[in-house]
Design a protein around this ligand. Structure first.
Ligand SMILES: *Cc1c(COP(=O)(O)O)cnc(C)c1O
Length: 448
């Protein structure tokens, strides 16, 4: 009989994969999930410590979210969102308006994170076009950023190995050296520095603000860069500089939103409001593809005019405002209202920080342990004293990932950075299991 794995590989081209790797590591075919656990078709279980690409917020097959979607399913699955609307979208916008940073009041729906970033970039460009500053048409971003895979989103991201080859297709953006607290060029420490590295941004603004529409950042946490955490002060300074130089600030909270950093949004740590905020991933609890580009009355007003003036934002996606996605998102909000999800996650986060240090700090290849909210990461290095990386061909992170899979833990790394980014309602017992499996998997590849 042909196995499920063989049937998969006959037709399916998996995302972000060298398909040849599947020769030695065939796809793991998942049958069902519950909480932080995934069960494959052979009955083996895996602890999903990366919450399925950071989107699963409150566990797999969460009873309340399931119920919310099921109830909506028998009423309306989808409807065109231009000229039409529905209660779940209206209710969701009302709910989100209560929790997003102050001043964000208008909600534009798309169906994935990259799409919400494209939407934000187009809005900023068009805003300046329609307010008499057509010369402001470029974008600034941080060197190690990640904002998605579509060409526009890719071109405001890191020019790493994966993105570099598409450079001929990209917009000419201004890439500012990102904060790198582990390898701080000023030799400072993220807990008490004055963000000396903000000078790179100041220089870029001095040279380019006049031609720049917006600056886009992942607030406080550069996820794809290896869960790099930087201080709230940087974001405060950036907000002030953007105001001063008439540059819009886009905060991409796709990964950081909905409690991942210990507050509802990462911006809340800095007490700032962006001009545009992109949200997705945890928005629906990781159930359904939905994203929102949230913006201000000021931006919205620049598009509000008689039709003949041609100022409308003529941008759409077929599945904008999908009612099932809205129902999932509403269920997530209801859970935040009725259960102490954030409080518990914060308590468990401090406990987990202590446990990370107990378990990993002494290992000679652990360069840095960094964390924000429940997100905890270990950067593995060849030489700790000099912070020297392993050579990429060794694929240390990938080797550890495979050992962890054998042991029943989904520890998908970012190069040589291993991380936990679990559902917010994971228990300490489950975290302890993940710690133990992580330690054993590291020691298998890097004995100390
Ligand atoms: C995942 C992610 C995106 C892209 O979202 P997709 O839904 O995968 O297109 C953009 N920005 C950040 C910060 C992300 O983590």
């Amino acid at each position: 009989m042909v196995s499920m794995e063989e049937r998969d590989l006959k037709y399916i081209w998996h995302p972000c994969s060298q398909m040849k790797d599947y020769e030695e590591l065939p796809p793991i075919v998942i049958d069902r999930g519950k909480g932080v656990w995934l069960y494959d078709i052979h009955g083996k279980k895996y602890l999903d410590i990366v919450s399925s690409w950071w989107c699963n917020l409150l566990g797999h097959c969460n009873n309340e979210i399931n119920a919310g979607i099921k109830a909506q399913l028998d009423k309306l699955e989808h409807v065109i969102f231009a000229n039409f609307s529905h209660e779940p979208a209206i209710h969701l916008a009302e709910e989100l308006a209560q929790i997003v940073p102050k001043g964000l009041t208008k909600f534009h729906f798309s169906d994935n994170g990259s799409a919400s970033v494209e939407c934000a970039l187009k809005m900023c460009f068009q805003y300046f076009l329609q307010t008499g500053k057509p010369e402001k048409k470029r974008f600034m971003c941080l060197s190690e950023g990640y904002h998605g895979e579509t060409i526009g989103a890719l071109s405001v991201g890191s020019m790493d190995l994966y993105a570099k080859m598409y450079e001929p297709l990209m917009m000419d953006n201004i890439h500012i050296e990102a904060p790198d607290c582990y390898r701080c060029p000023y030799g400072k420490c993220r807990d008490n520095c004055s963000c000396e590295c903000f000078s790179y941004a100041e220089k870029a603004f001095a040279d380019h603000a006049h031609e720049t529409a917006a600056m886009i950042v992942e607030p406080l946490l550069q996820g794809s860069a290896g869960m790099r955490v930087y201080p709230p002060l940087y974001l405060k300074k950036l907000r002030a500089l953007c105001n001063q130089q008439d540059v819009l600030l886009i905060c991409d909270e796709i990964a950081t939103g909905f409690g991942r950093t210990g507050k509802m949004f990462a911006c809340d740590h800095a007490g700032i409001s962006p001009d545009i905020m992109c949200i997705s991933k945890g928005l629906t609890g990781g159930y359904l593809p939905m994203s929102i580009t949230v913006t201000t009355q000021t931006l919205y007003d620049a598009f509000y005019a008689d039709y003949s003036e041609g100022k409308a934002f003529l941008h759409s996606h077929t599945y904008s405002g999908n009612p099932l996605g809205c129902a999932a998102a509403l269920a997530v909000q209801k859970i935040f209202h009725t259960q102490p999800i954030l409080e518990n996650a914060c308590k468990n986060a401090s406990w987990l920080t202590k446990r990370f240090h107990e378990e990993f700090a002494a290992h000679p290849n652990v360069g840095e342990i960094r964390h924000i909210g429940l997100i905890h990461a270990i950067e593995l290095v060849k030489d700790r004293e000099h912070k020297i990386d392993f050579s990429p061909e060794k694929r240390i992170g990938y080797e550890i990932y495979k050992r962890a899979l054998n042991r029943g833990l989904v520890l998908r790394p970012l190069d040589n950075v291993l991380y936990f980014n679990p559902a917010l309602n994971i228990t300490r017992d489950e975290l302890d299991i993940a710690l133990e499996l992580t330690k054993a998997s590291i020691n298998e590849i890097l004995p100390c």
